[in-house]
Write a new protein. Structure first.
Lengths: 154, 154, 154, 154, 154
């Protein structure tokens, strides 16, 4: 079951940080995957002329588990007011930080959540115990965020 | 059954607001999902030089149910005449407002509607009562707009 | 059976209008859907400096059946030579018009056609008469262009 | 079986033409479809200031069989150094030509090839002779390039 | 089983080269395909005014096996600070090099890995030996990177 949502956040001198993380879902569900796509980052009309505004993303690479910190937007009135980076954060966890400038900077995008029920998982385990094991193991690698709950499986 | 349509609206000083909402459909149908994608926002040739034109979107985030108000276009003749925000409003409900400037501003995009029949839902219920319940519960969360009709199911 | 094609047309003072419509197909086929996507609109090197060139699209919205006329490109040498509107016309019918300026303006894109055979439709009808009726009814709404032929079904 | 590849070619005064066509494949295979997508066209740092560089595409439209010649990039140092036309050539055959300017111009994209085996086709024919006939007929229309080999079917 | 990851790397005078290659995976898995998509390349705020920064990609074309070296970004402060080339490297192997300029240049994108287990392959072979042979042969052509391991099959 996939659920999509508009994502919008404003960064400024006062609120320079936005954290994106897997949301709380009802007890009986499990977040299979959670992705954020950043579609557009732009300066507000009141941004200061000539000032650089730099938005840094901090996230984890899936394979290497390495933490990456990299600017995804370098904006400046009169030069670059708006960008469409279209970058994706498939592991559901990223922090955006206005590391230079005073903003305001508008960050717009889309989140995609893939939800399942615990029941489904259990039912599946009864019929295919062994195969399930290896699959789950890999799933954890691919999308480690399972909403902070301990895995019911034993 | 999916149906797509071109979407185009002009905002100006006289008509600064455009509302997008789930349309009326025939009695026997049900809107499963309804999405608007904004492809391009641009200033008309007659827009005033040096004036900022700011289009704000107001919509609801799916998970948090939080109302978000955020500019999706900051335009200015001689600097930024046109943008392709490519933002998506998956819950079928968004209001665009020209909060600064006099326009005209052209907003172009695409709407995607997913339609079903009430019959289908009823038929499905007969065969799988319990499972259906939990699914519908989640569906409502993911796409709350069901065309303003009360759910026939009892 | 889907068929894709490159689409390219040049608009100028002498030929300011281009019409896109469902093409003629062989007797035994039926056009299920036909879509045009405009990828890029750009000014030729010989376009006049300082002159606005405006391309207007005229099409019909699917749900409301409303005719929409809206500029999809406002171009000007030295400011905006090229745009990638990426707008889609899913109902297979749109007219582009150079309403301001002398061009030349290059319009590039892609068409997508979905073809079926009459035989398939007839075969389907034999087995599921009632259900078919409501589906066809909706299909017509979603993609009214069926190549100008009267529907064989009676 | 789909195979994708990066596509990159440099056009200049000395080599102003690049032809894209279905490649040679092993005897036992058949090219079902072959598509080229042009992602980015940009001027090199050594391009002459103030000079227009125009890249023309020449290809065939699928439905009308009409040959189209249209510029897909009008570049000029200090104005437009780079474009992302994102145009697609689904019939696997297109010629790019630097019709104005001296370059260098970098053309980057992606090719997508869909391959099958002759065996598969033969097997299919045994079981569904008549239906196959009409399908193949249409396939040829949609993607006429079958690698220059004569069709084995008799 | 598909796994996606954010990809981000910074190139500068001191570290002008970044290599992308199929990562190490656990013994029992096999990398079916591995793709890198470059979404955005941009200059840092400290980049020198008037200096060209050129990023070259070096990779192999799939069909021809030809090595291609081509600039995918020509950046210059005051002219082009940022690009979205959106180029794809489907064979999982590419080297990016800052061949001109001192940076810093931020390269952002996404990697997509398709993983399978050796067990699956073996199971498949038991049931369809002959067909498998030709398929694997083609697979190697399409995605030659199998993580540097020798193929278990004999």
């Amino acid at each position: 079951m996939e659920s999509e949502s508009f994502y919008g956040v404003t960064l400024s001198e006062k609120e320079p940080i936005a954290q994106f993380a897997v949301p709380e879902v009802a007890e009986e569900y499990l977040v299979h995957s959670y992705k954020l796509i950043i579609k557009q980052i732009s300066l507000g009309p009141e941004a200061k002329s000539g000032e650089f505004n730099v938005i840094q993303a901090e996230t984890q690479e899936n394979e290497s588990k390495k933490i990456v910190k990299i600017p995804i937007a370098v904006l400046k009135v009169g030069e670059t007011r708006s960008l469409r980076p279209n970058v994706e954060f498939p592991n559901g966890s990223v922090t955006f930080k206005l590391v230079q400038g005073t903003g305001p900077v508008y960050v717009c995008g889309k989140s995609e959540m893939n939800l399942g029920e615990y029941e489904d998982v259990n039912m599946y385990e009864e019929y295919s115990d062994e195969e399930d094991e290896s699959e789950l193991e890999l799933d954890e690698e691919a999308s480690p965020q399972t909403n902070g709950k301990s895995n019911k499986k034993k």
